[in-house]
Write a protein that binds this ligand. Structure first.
Ligand SMILES: C[S@@+](CC[C@H](N)C(=O)[O-])C[C@H]1O[C@@H](n2cnc3c(N)ncnc32)[C@H](O)[C@@H]1O
Length: 246
């Protein structure tokens, strides 16, 4: 499989792949992660429990599972859910529960590398399984820093690579051999799930990503590994003096 390396080509490829699997995305997520993805998003949202009111930007929001968890955990919170794949957002909107929780979610079609949101306007920013897909992660991080208020927090949830000698071979076999076949049959797009495996393999080491967060201006950056290190949360705060953006 050929995955484009140039940022603009990669973005187009990624948008097309998510568009093609959008109607099966939620089902496959739950099935292939044995429902553990819900726990990962719950843990991510808990990192914002000190900020239960105001706006949170959920970037690369996809079918809105994290946006829903963010609004469920805090009745005073509003979520701006930004994604550049309209089909993913539409699939999510069509399945939103018809209650007050959903009314606090505001889906917007936009690019994570040029976020259509005013500077210093959000208390929190989350990005679940999205940063790996950006054309240029550094540009996305700088944008996430820009839109956060002084003292605001970013939480990145992303796949990492387990290091345990027991788990690693099993996980690699599942990710590279089992998952693309099952997910390919159900979604009709095997290439999308081959891309998932290859993008996880090619993604930054945790220390490198923490370094990029620091370079973008985030403070107190740290990582919390979950489920044998299959995924990690990366957390960083904007200085209480602000992000330097007027
Ligand atoms: C794996 S999905 C994650 C969806 C959701 N956050 C979740 O937890 O399931 C990645 C999403 O990132 C979006 N995406 C990738 N690059 C993007 C970009 N540059 N700007 C906005 N969205 C982007 C894709 O369209 C896709 O919906």
């Amino acid at each position: 499989m050929h995955t484009p390396q140039q940022p603009e080509e990669k973005k187009q490829f990624v948008r097309e792949k998510f568009s093609s699997i959008s109607t099966h995305y939620d089902l496959l997520n739950s099935l292939l992660s044995l429902h553990i993805d819900r726990y990962w998003r719950w843990r991510t949202t808990r990192q914002l429990k000190h900020a239960p009111n105001g706006w949170v930007l959920d970037l690369c929001a996809g079918t809105l599972p994290l946006a829903l968890e963010l609004t469920r955990q805090a009745p005073g919170r509003r979520v701006l859910a930004v994604d550049f794949c309209e089909d993913m957002l539409r699939a999510g909107i069509s399945r939103l529960p018809k209650d007050g929780v959903s009314r606090r979610i505001h889906p917007v079609c936009g690019d994570g590398e040029a976020i259509p949101v005013a500077s210093s306007s959000c208390k929190g920013c989350t990005i679940a399984f999205g940063i790996r897909n950006l054309g240029t992660a550094e540009r996305g991080l700088s944008e996430m820093h820009r839109i956060l208020e002084p003292g605001g927090r970013l939480i990145i949830l992303e796949f990492s690579r387990p290091t345990s000698p027991l788990i690693k071979p099993l996980y690699n076999f599942y990710l590279n051999k089992v998952l693309p076949v099952i997910a390919g049959r159900i979604s009709g797009d095997k290439e999308a799930y081959q891309y998932l495996a290859s993008s996880i393999a090619a993604f930054y080491e945790p220390q490198t990503l923490l370094g990029l967060m620091q370079a973008a201006g985030f403070q107190n950056v740290h990582r919390i590994a979950l489920t044998f290190g299959i995924v990690s949360m990366y957390i960083g705060d904007v200085s209480t003096k602000g992000n330097g953006v007027a």
